[in-house]
Design a binder for this molecule. Sequence first.
Ligand code: FES
Length: 106
Amino acid sequence: MSKITYIEHNEKTHTVDVPNELTVMEGAVQNNIPGIDADCGGACACATCHVYVDKKWFDKIKKKDDAEQDMLDMAFEPNKFSRLSCQITVTDELDGLVVKMPLKQA
Ligand code: FES
């Protein structure tokens, strides 16, 4: 179980406990946090789960694969801290993770 903080584009903050082995996307959906739509259900095929990972945490997350990068290339205003939250699995090492959602998903 890890505490994950999700920050909406309007700075509204939600900190919730997410069980290990769920994805960061699933943690948002199960807690009804707005800003992560996850239209494809986690299949790395929609980019509506795009988040900006807090820079302190970015290097602690397993590296993205080519499929994720391809989807991020089509996401709204990606930057160097962009990830698809459905591709980030929660582990004890991510306790305290902070992610922010882009305006398009507001
Ligand atoms: S939920 Fe569709 S790419 Fe993550």
